[in-house]
Design a protein around this ligand. Sequence first.
Ligand SMILES: [Ca+2]
Ligand SMILES: [Ca+2]
Length: 212
Amino acid sequence: MNRTLSLSVLSSLLSATAVVASAAAAPVYLNQDNMTVVVGPGTSSGTFHNTFNSGATITKVIDAPSADAEEFHDQSTHIWFTADDVGGGLELVFEFDASYDIDTLHFWNYTSEGYDVDNVDFFFFNAGGAQVGALSVQPDLGSSGGIEAQDIALAAPLNVKSVTAFLTGSNREVDFQNIGFSAELSQVPSPAASGLLLAGLITATGRRRSRG
Ligand SMILES: [Ca+2]
Ligand SMILES: [Ca+2]
C-alpha cells in the first residue's frame, strides 16, 4: 500500500471530522422550541399578581422567536412576581433538549427601576445533574417602547443540560419579558463516530508501517 493512499485516507478522515465539528458548532437560539421552563421549588413566598391570568403559563418567558425579537409589555407577554421579603425571588429551571455550550444570555428586562430585575444568579448542571458552574449578572433596564434583549456574554461551563436562575429585585419586584440563550451543541463525539475514526487511523498507521 503506498504512502499517498495512506495520507489520502488520513486526510479524508480529518476532513470528515472537520465537517462534523463545523456542523456541531453552528449557533443555536434556545427558546420554547428546544428547552422547557418551570417555576422552581426555590421560589420565595410572594405573589404573581396577574401573571397567570387567562390561562397564561410560565412558558411566556421563553417565547421570543429570536434573540433580536422585540416584545411589548402587556399582560400576555411578561412575568411579574413580588417577593414577600427583601432577598426573596423567583426561581426558574430551564431544561435543554441536549447538552449545549452557552455563549450569550439574552434578557428582556422591564423598563423602569421600580419593577425591573436587578440580579440573576445562574447555576449550571450537566446531563448527569451535577452542578458544573455558577455566576451572577445584573441586567440593564429594558429599552422603552418595544423591549429588545440585552445580550450578555456568559462565561458558562461546557456541556450544560439545565440551568437554574434565581431572579431578584432590590425592592422585591421581579418583572421581565423573556430569557433566551445562544449556544452551540456540545461536541461530545458519538461512540460510533469515534470508533470509526480510531479504526481509520489504525488502518492508516498499519499501512505506513508495512510499507517501511
Ligand atoms: Ca414573553
Ligand atoms: Ca429594580
